[in-house]
Design a protein. Structure first.
Length: 249
């Protein structure tokens, strides 16, 4: 069955959420960085998993009445199991830069700002990193400014680390014990050599790397039907482009 890149990415993220080897994802919070993680979370929920979704930028039905203060309170209490983060730069130790390039405070290209990313990264039980662009300017050897720390010094309390990094070209698994990524799967049409050339940091390759599994017919039916229905209000442009669906006038 034909599918587009966004559908592949949403399904890939959903499978990472349901990974039985990872800590359970009972309560997931989703920001507005991209509608793709939101689609992935809805896919998990619509597939029958007992998961609570807190969609921070849903125009109606947002569970937080006082903005992100409640999100931070829940996270500090250990009640947010999974969050998504990205970065203007991401390096091989899973450090994120949301400040800007060049000397502090990002005197080159300015990024949107780190806001609560450092806190969420440390206090959430696991984080999935997501950035559709896969290029040496984004995936760098070392970020110019660390706004969210990938690994911490011994004795520093943190609940979790990055589980994986999903890009428009592949999936990396993160290993906090050695502070490195390994290549987990290649999206169709990619090769290990392609990924090496497009990645500014070094990573491990263990054995033959499989292609990222394609969406099933059932997953695509959910994405294009009930999940699009849930997303139309908040992400109308995304639904029109990806699912060819427009909100009623």
């Amino acid at each position: 069955m034909d599918y587009n890149t966004e559908e592949l990415l949403a399904v890939t993220l959903a499978r990472l959420i349901r990974d039985p080897s990872a800590p359970p994802a009972r309560h997931i919070a989703v920001g507005a960085a991209s509608p793709v993680p939101a689609a992935a979370c809805w896919l998990v929920a619509k597939s029958g998993a007992p998961v609570r979704l807190s969609l921070l930028h849903k125009r109606s039905g947002n569970p937080f009445t006082e903005g992100t203060r409640e999100l931070f309170d829940l996270t500090g209490q250990g009640r947010i199991d999974l969050f998504f983060l990205g970065g203007g730069q991401i390096d091989g130790q899973a450090n994120l830069n949301l400040v800007g390039t060049g000397e502090w405070p990002g005197k080159g290209v300015r990024f949107p700002g780190s806001f609560g990313s450092a806190f969420m990264y440390m206090m959430t039980h696991r984080t999935i990193l997501f950035r559709e662009e896969h290029s040496p300017r984004v995936l760098v050897d070392r970020v110019d400014n660390i706004s969210a720390l990938g690994i911490s010094a011994p004795g520093v309390f943190r609940r979790g680390h990055a589980q994986a990094l999903v890009t428009g070209r592949c999936v990396f698994q993160f290993h906090p014990d050695r502070g490195r990524f390994s290549l987990q799967s290649l999206h169709p049409g990619e090769t290990v050599e392609d990924i090496r050339a497009a990645t500014g940091f070094d990573f491990d390759v263990e054995g033959d790397i499989p292609f990222t599994p394609a969406p099933t017919a059932e997953e695509l039916a959910l994405l294009r039907g009930p999940i699009c229905d849930e997303m139309l209000e908040t992400y109308p442009e995304f639904c029109a482009r990806v699912f060819n669906r427009k909100a009623a006038a």
